[in-house]
Design a protein around this ligand. Structure first.
Ligand code: AMP
Length: 397
């Protein structure tokens, strides 16, 4: 595992980690969970593929990171890459300096659940490993190439200029990875017009022209856009005053309903999990059937809308737990896009095995690809790039 990069994704009570080798073929990964509680533990996979579980009762983020790093120290990572959800207006991965840490802090009102947790992890690793280059890779950065007419809301100008109210977009690492990979497999690396659909518990779409994001479905927060596991996606913003006036709900309750009680879960009244819904629908559950229909229709509508910013459409790429595994959802979504000339090869679509990449169109019309996402691999790649640039700059001083 020479020249490996350690990728860290800190949540409020968990830390996901992955040590990624230079050519991305070897991985050691795991999850520290329930941090701060008596049953805090690390569950992971070793280099040989063996599962491990280590109890770290009451450990905080720093203690968990210390344990993770001590177990990985024999591999001497060359750098640490932190996934950071919101980078405000930062346009690319950045070496973590005091100034960049301050920018992540300033973006906290835009990602109040995520950025504070990332900062805890960043500050801990900077204290523990002051000599290792550390890099922040932002979910928002890939979308900073959107034109103003795609990222501005039709709201009073001062909300944008003074308070940063605009569309940012998320899942940038995934959209960047699958669009680069798909266009490369198609023989036109980072060229042409592509639509990507990242469909997991959180879902978003993106339009990419010559390797750059030109529009995406998520906005100021990851609530805008598609129907998701428990998130509503687009609703009429007047729903806030409707619920306040008629049901007496406060902002906190409305926010929780839109983020945690809506989406597939809200529509089906059964589950946020697409597999469960497909099975229930096959057994005749009408609410599950409707939830799937709304999901696919709204996804198709989003893809059609984003295509407005592509001079031509070369292909569509599905990724994420649903996009990679649910042939039924891919087929249903394409059926709602009859004017685009997509020709799905049904057999290839149905036969594509879990976790494999492949082309599923019949050779005419825009290409259709399934590409398993690799956010950790992409974060490792961007981290390595930034760390090498820094070394080069120091060497030429
Ligand atoms: P992610 O957030 O990317 O891990 O994706 C989670 C979603 O993928 C959940 O809704 C799962 O039900 C869905 N998923 C995973 N495998 C399948 C499958 N074989 N068929 C349908 N949905 C799946």
């Amino acid at each position: 595992m020479s020249n490996s990069v350690l990728v860290i994704n800190c949540g409020s009570s968990s830390i996901k980690y992955a040590l990624v080798s230079e050519r991305r073929e070897d991985r050691i990964y795991g999850l520290a969970e329930n941090l701060g509680a008596s049953d805090a533990r690390i569950k992971g996979i070793t280099k040989g593929g063996q599962p491990i579980e280590i109890a770290i009762p009451n450990a905080n983020h720093e203690q968990a990171l210390e344990t993770i790093l001590s177990r990985l120290s024999e591999y001497q990572p060359q750098a640490i890459g932190h996934r950071v959800v919101h980078g405000g207006n930062l346009t690319k991965a950045e070496l973590l300096t005091n100034e960049i840490v301050e920018k992540i802090r300033e973006a906290t009102p835009l990602a109040p659940l995520h950025n504070p947790a990332h900062l805890v992890g960043i500050e801990a690793t900077m204290r523990l490993f002051p000599n290792l280059p550390q890099v922040a890779v932002f979910d928002t950065a890939f979308h900073q190439t959107m034109p103003d007419y795609a990222y501005r809301y039709a709201l009073p100008k001062f909300l944008y200029t003074e308070h940063g109210v605009r569309r940012y977009g998320f899942h940038g690492t995934s959209h960047a990875y699958v669009s680069e990979r798909g266009s490369t497999l198609a023989g036109m690396p980072n060229q042409g017009g592509w639509l990507t659909a990242h469909l997991g518990n959180g879902s978003s779409t993106c339009a990419i022209w010559n390797g750059k994001s030109v529009d995406t479905s998520m906005g100021l927060t990851p609530l805008e856009g598609l129907v998701m596991g428990t998130r509503s996606g687009d609703v009429d913003p007047s729903i806030h005053s409707f619920l306040a006036k008629n049901l007496g709900w406060d902002l906190y309750k409305i926010d929780r309903m839109l983020n945690n009680e809506s989406g597939l879960y809200g529509l089906s009244n059964l589950s946020n999990d697409m597999r469960t819904l497909i099975e229930a629908s096959e057994r005749g559950n009408e609410d599950a059937t409707l939830a799937i229909e709304v999901f696919c229709y709204r996804l198709a509508k989003s893809l059609a809308g984003l295509s407005c910013n592509l001079p031509q459409l070369d292909g569509l790429i599905f990724t994420g737990g649903i996009g990679e595994n649910a042939a039924y959802i891919r087929e249903k979504t394409l059926a709602y896009l009859p004017h685009f000339g997509f020709q799905l090869d049904q057999q290839r679509n149905n036969e594509l095995k879990r976790g494999t990449e492949g082309r599923v169109d019949a050779g005419q019309g825009p290409q259709i690809w399934v590409i398993p996402t690799d956010e950790e691999g992409r974060i490792a790649q961007e981290t390595r790039h930034v760390a090498e640039q820094q070394q080069h700059a120091l060497a030429t001083l």
